[in-house]
Design a protein around this ligand. Structure first.
Ligand code: PEP
Ligand code: MG
Length: 617
């Protein structure tokens, strides 16, 4: 009885009046965020408007109030934490309204057009106003080239391998690797007697994909065919306009995309393909507004491509043109604003700070990351300094020092070779399943001299740098049990002792990319200073689907991955970041931040837009 009395006495009632300031009204998205926020308090929160009182945690009830711009409601909080809830929810609501005004600019311009409009699937956001030009690939025969088909296959494989290594830090890398893997498949091991037999084989493969969920991979086969034929002496060219244009094309090959980016292209209308095809991935990385429309379309002297609604407006009216220009300006303004704000600190609507770091491969990419607003380096894929030849101790030291001087935080991953990254001068026995073999720390613990020299180079870089406010974080890749970490760290400590290196600015952690670690986090917490989650490998090992497999693809956004990330962050007490591709995916930002991840590391180009997305969570 006394207990109840105590609680009853502690009940506080706080009321405040809030006004809808967004001309979108209090609509679904802000309502959902508000309700979610209200649930975090133990007091009872209600909304009173038009003589009706509804629970602030019940979205449909709030919607039924139909609160419009300029209207008020009373926020009522009853309970022990009413004061705190009222203050927090008031600020939260005001921020929601403020933020909703920004969205409004985009929504406002998203109106219907007067002229005939075709609708399709948006692939890359943006808007373009230009002539719609149909382009077809034209085959040219160059007689002086005379490589056999089989030699051409080998040459293309080699070229793709090189492209893959060169682009490791970028999203394109996986495409080159996928093509190389396709070329390594059995169908290309036969003896091709002429061009026709090659084309026949490839067509047969493509036909078998029709109507399956891998249909979008047909373009990859065409691309490979074209690359092989180029070495045989048959080149295919796209004749592109030299004045601004929107490209209308049946299907695009991934290798065509960089060529487009060098022309005055404004947008792309694909008649075939899918948003997840490799050409689409590349179009995204070059930020070329793109839509897929299957209807029959003719060339036209002027068109509007408005991908926010998947629209292609043929022969626009004056009013359409005006609308499109306004929208284009708003879009460009947003992009410029993201870029302008790239150095601003990144906080969510509720004031939670999120660090945005960069994934890099060398000194050049570190400089680019600095320019694009990186708060530090979350992943230096150090193996790319080692790929062509072994760098000297001095070369390594200089590279690490230069990067460390640019940032306060540098996460260096020690050599991660093996798997899809063979080291030409290190001997690794050919394995049946290289991704399950001598990779990462397993390799380094076998070939200790490379690891020892690398650690010494890192320590020398630390020694040569003014480390006040700086942290050098060394992380070991592919660790799957505590002993591996203990052994690797011991090697480091022994080197530091031998060379009398002060390690006060150095931390030791692991890449969390093998699922076994998730089930030993309590033990790892006793040993490591931090974790960085490599979602690329973690996803591959969770689903047992090789990350470079040409046709199988694990879903990086699957709830199973999210559940793993939830379990990790709820279990560990150590600092944790994410440096796999997932960290840069627009569709994942809100979930990751809400799960509690406050450090995301992505490729440099994604930094300004990721920061902006975080500011709106
Ligand atoms: C990862 O596995 O997610 C990761 C960041 O490492 P890498 O892609 O270099 O294997
Ligand atoms: Mg990895």
């Amino acid at each position: 009885m006394n207990f109840l009395k105590k609680i009853f006495n502690k009940q506080t009632i706080v009321k405040s009046t809030l006004t809808i300031t967004s001309s979108n009204g209090f609509h679904l998205r802000p309502i959902a965020k508000f309700a979610n926020e209200a649930k975090k308090f133990s007091c009872v929160v209600t909304i009173i408007a038009f003589d009706e009182e509804v629970s602030a945690t019940q979205v449909p009830k709030i919607i039924s109030l139909s609160l419009e711009k300029g209207e008020n409601f009373t926020l009522k909080c009853v309970g022990t934490d009413a004061n705190e809830a009222s203050a927090h929810l008031t600020t939260f609501f005001e921020e929601l309204m403020e933020n909703d005004r920004e969205v409004e600019t985009m929504v406002q311009t998203d109106e219907r057009y007067q002229a005939p409009t075709l609708n399709g699937v948006s692939v890359v956001p943006g808007i373009a106003i230009a002539p719609l030009v149909y382009c077809k690939a034209v085959e040219n025969i160059e007689s002086q080239k005379s490589l056999s088909i089989n030699d051409s296959v080998e040459l293309v494989k080699k070229e793709l391998e090189e492209l893959y290594h060169k682009n490791q830090a970028n999203s394109e890398a996986d495409i080159y690797l996928a093509h190389k893997e396709l070329l390594s498949s059995d169908i290309f091991q036969q003896n091709f007697k002429d061009v026709e037999s090659l084309k026949e084989t490839i067509t047969k493969e493509m036909e078998s994909l029709k109507g399956t969920k891998f249909e979008s991979r047909m373009a990859d086969y065409k691309d490979i065919q074209q690359q092989i034929l180029t070495h045989v002496g048959i080149t295919t060219t796209l004749k592109l306009p030299d004045t601004p244009y929107i490209l209308l094309i049946d299907d695009l090959l991934p290798s065509d995309v960089p060529k487009l980016a060098n022309s005055p292209i404004q947008g792309v209308v694909l008649k075939q393909g899918t948003p997840t095809s490799h050409a689409s991935i590349l179009l995204r990385s070059f930020a070329i507004p793109t839509v897929i429309i299957h209807d029959s379309i003719e060339e036209t002297t002027e068109a509007i491509l408005d991908t926010s609604s998947g629209n292609l407006v043929i022969a626009p009216t004056e009013l359409d043109r005006e609308k499109a220009h306004t929208k284009l300006k708003a879009f460009q303004k947003k992009k410029a604003q993201n870029y302008k704000n790239r150095f601003e600190s990144t906080e969510t609507l509720r004031g939670k700070r999120v660090k945005v770091l960069a994934n890099i491969g060398d000194v050049e990419s570190a400089k680019e990351a600095k320019e694009l607003g990186a708060d530090g380096i979350g992943l230096l894929r150090s193996e790319f300094l080692f790929m062509e030849r072994k760098p000297t101790l001095e070369e390594q030291t200089n590279a690490y020092r230069e990067i460390f001087e640019l940032f306060d935080e540098l996460n260096i991953r020690t050599l991660d070779v093996g798997g899809d990254k063979p080291l030409p001068y290190a001997h690794i026995e050919k394995e049946q399943n290289p991704f399950l073999g001598i990779r990462g720390i397993r390799f380094s613990l076998l070939e200790k001299t490379l690891l020892e020299e690398q650690l010494l180079a890192i320590f020398k870089a630390v020694e040569a740098t003014d480390t006040r406010n700086k942290t050098m974080k060394i992380m070991f890749p592919m660790v799957n049990n505590c002993d591996e970490f203990i052994e690797a760290k011991k090697i480091a400590i022994d080197i530091a002792n031998t060379y009398e290196i002060d390690l006060s600015a150095v931390e030791f952690g692991i890449m969390l990319e093998v699922p076994s670690v998730i089930f030993a986090l309590h033990e790892f917490d006793q040993l490591v200073d931090f974790y960085s989650i490599g979602t690329n490998d973690l996803t591959q090992y969770l689903f047992a689907i090789e990350r470079t497999h040409p046709s199988l693809q694990a879903d990086a956004l699957s709830p199973m991955v999210m559940n793993a990330l939830k379990l990790i962050i709820e279990t560990t007490k150590k600092p944790i970041s994410i440096c796999g591709e997932l960290a840069g995916l627009g569709a994942a930002t809100e979930t990751l931040v809400n799960l509690g991840y406050d450090t995301l590391s992505v490729s440099a180009k994604l930094i300004p837009s990721l920061k902006e997305r975080i500011r709106n969570v």
